[in-house]
Design a protein around this ligand. Structure first.
Ligand code: B12
Ligand code: SF4
Length: 459
């Protein structure tokens, strides 16, 4: 039995939508924890739920005893609670980490968890494991960066854990702890190219007010270009993926860093195609786009969110609509595909803002765009802004922050119409020259959707 069993509560077998998309990535946070704890002498096992079955995990709880650590996000609340219950039923100690449990420490502790790690897990876990064994779950006052319930059932939040200053001191993620080939094969089978994720930095200093900073705060710490290039070398040697995903919050924050990184990769003769996320304001010059191209970027994702400057400013996005359009144009001109993230329904959004978004996407013409309906995540500025108007129409244990309803806002059906309007109008604009008849049909679908929205009442 290992000192710690790590898992994450996300089961691909239970997510039909994701099985259609089939772009799974290994749980990097757990791999970092495993590597670090092993260097401190702990034995660690990972039950990778992505390709695992819930029943196997529960069997494991029944046949062994020990401590399980679970990564949590707002997507996995129900699943994690189920795992917590099963683990406790069989006498296991339960530690939670990740953004969701940091936001709802009291609720998870009341649901049976023994301790919640707030922020980075490496050092905290290495102190928490012996403290738990020594003093039990109610006397953990000396471990920084956690929440727990004391003997009186009172919620104790210990001192904040200092962030790890030099990320290069961390060992590389323990990729051998899980079967990467399941991921590589899934990608290859469904998309013709295998892919692997890695990060070059932790945290984001920007303050878009709907974005969760529960784990890394507003810090931004970069690994050295040489260390990341060494990890790439190890990935290429061991797995040789066809491409990679730099899973940073914003890959393009430091252009000097990217220049050095390109040199380090060049020195090692590595050139892997990749996709990643940027902010538009970090991709305004031809040189910055050339740099991405040189590094192997084939698709860049831009958080565009809205075509209405008023809404972007309300989000404290710190980006202009023109910057998004310029970065899209620059990237496409150099053969880099552009993916755009868009968000409907942010506080104060009216039909004219949606019209501005449709016009913005039509004009920018990204290669692909994805829309979501905004929802206030606890702990964010957006949540604070609408706090008095937020309701969860389900019991906490059954819902998630995605189910938050903001009073006065329109329902999901309304945003389905917005999607139809957007997709029809953008597609019409794309095909107008070669298929005017189909384009006219699409434009009337767009007008119908818009008219239905015009006559929509507030939910
Ligand atoms: C890459 C990424 C994705 C990828 C996932 C691919 C993958 N598996 O890597 C994609 C693009 C698919 C994605 C999708 C979504 N994501 Co996402 N994603 C990220 C991102 C940018 C990086 C994740 C990562 O690799 N981090 C690096 C590792 C090292 O950090 P870490 O995982 O946090 O681990 C550390 C700590 O959390 C802690 N820890 C982790 N596990 C454990 C376990 C224990 C026991 C302990 C003690 C500690 C601990 O220690 C680790 C090391 O210090 C994060 C933001 C971020 N910077 O983390 C958002 C983030 C996790 N995503 C988020 C969201 C909202 C989503 C979506 C819901 C978005 C949407 N609207 O569709 C979807 C949901 C997908 C799903 N089905 O779950 C939110 C979650 C917010 C919340 N409160 O839960 C985040 C935080 C972004 C944000 N800033 O708002 N995402
Ligand atoms: S949305 Fe992106 S740029 Fe904005 S704060 Fe979050 S991670 Fe940073």
């Amino acid at each position: 039995m290992a000192d710690l069993l790590l898992t994450h509560g996300y089961f691909l077998s239970e997510d039909e939508k994701e099985r259609q998309i089939m772009k799974p990535y290994p749980p990097l946070g757990l791999l970092y924890l495993s590597a670090f704890l092993k260097t401190r002498g702990y034995s660690v096992d990972i039950f990778d739920s992505t390709f695992g079955e819930r029943a196997r995990l529960i069997e494991r709880f029944a046949s062994e005893s020990g401590t399980v650590g679970i990564y949590t996000t707002l997507m996995t609340r129900r699943s994690v609670l189920e795992i917590v219950r099963a683990a406790k039923r069989h006498g296991w100690r339960v530690i939670l980490g990740g953004p969701e449990s940091a936001n709802y420490a009291a609720e998870y502790l009341e649901s049976g968890a023994d301790a919640i790690v707030i922020g980075e897990g490496e050092i905290t876990l290495s102190e928490l494991l012996p403290a738990l064994a020594r003093s039990g779950p109610q006397r953990l006052h000396d471990v920084s960066g956690i929440a727990f319930l004391d003997e009186n059932g009172e919620l104790i939040n210990t001192r904040e854990r200092a962030k790890i200053k030099d990320l290069d001191t961390l060992p590389l993620p323990d990729r051998e702890a899980i079967d990467h080939h399941l991921y590589l094969d899934a990608w290859k089978t469904h998309h013709g190219a295998s892919s692997i994720n890695l990060i070059t930095a932790r945290g984001c200093p920007y303050r878009c007010n709907w974005c969760s900073h529960a784990v890394y705060g507003y810090t931004h710490r970069r690994r050295s270009p040489a260390a990341v290039a060494d990890e790439m070398q190890a990935i290429v040697d061991r797995y040789d993926p066809d491409q990679v995903w730099y899973a940073d919050d914003v890959f393009t924050i430091s252009h000097p860093w990217l220049t050095e990184y390109a040199a380090e990769l060049g020195r090692r003769g590595i050139h892997k195609p990749f996709e990643t996320i940027t902010r538009a304001d970090r991709l305004q010059s031809e040189q910055s786009v050339d740099l991405l191209r040189e590094l192997g970027c084939y698709r860049i994702w831009i958080g565009s969110e809205s075509g209405s400057q008023r809404i972007l400013d309300g989000m404290q996005r710190g980006v202009t609509v023109e910057q998004v359009q310029r970065s899209t144009k620059l990237a496409q001109a150099r053969g880099i595909q552009v993916g755009m993230f868009l968000m409907w329904g942010y506080e104060g959004e009216e039909l004219e803002d949606i019209a501005a978004t449709v016009e913005h996407v039509r004009k920018s013409n990204p290669d692909v765009f994805l829309t979501t309906v905004s929802y206030p995540i606890k702990g964010t500025g957006y949540f604070a802004k609408v706090r008095d108007k937020v309701a969860l129409p389900l019991p906490w244990v059954d819902g998630s922050d995605r189910d938050h309803v903001v009073e006065g806002r329109r329902g999901r059906e309304y945003y389905k119409l917005a999607d139809r309007w957007l997709r029809s109008e953008v597609e019409a604009s794309r095909i107008e020259a070669r298929d005017p008849v189909r384009a006219a049909e699409l434009m009337s679908a767009a007008r119908r959707a818009r008219a239905a929205m015009q006559s929509w009442g507030v939910a």
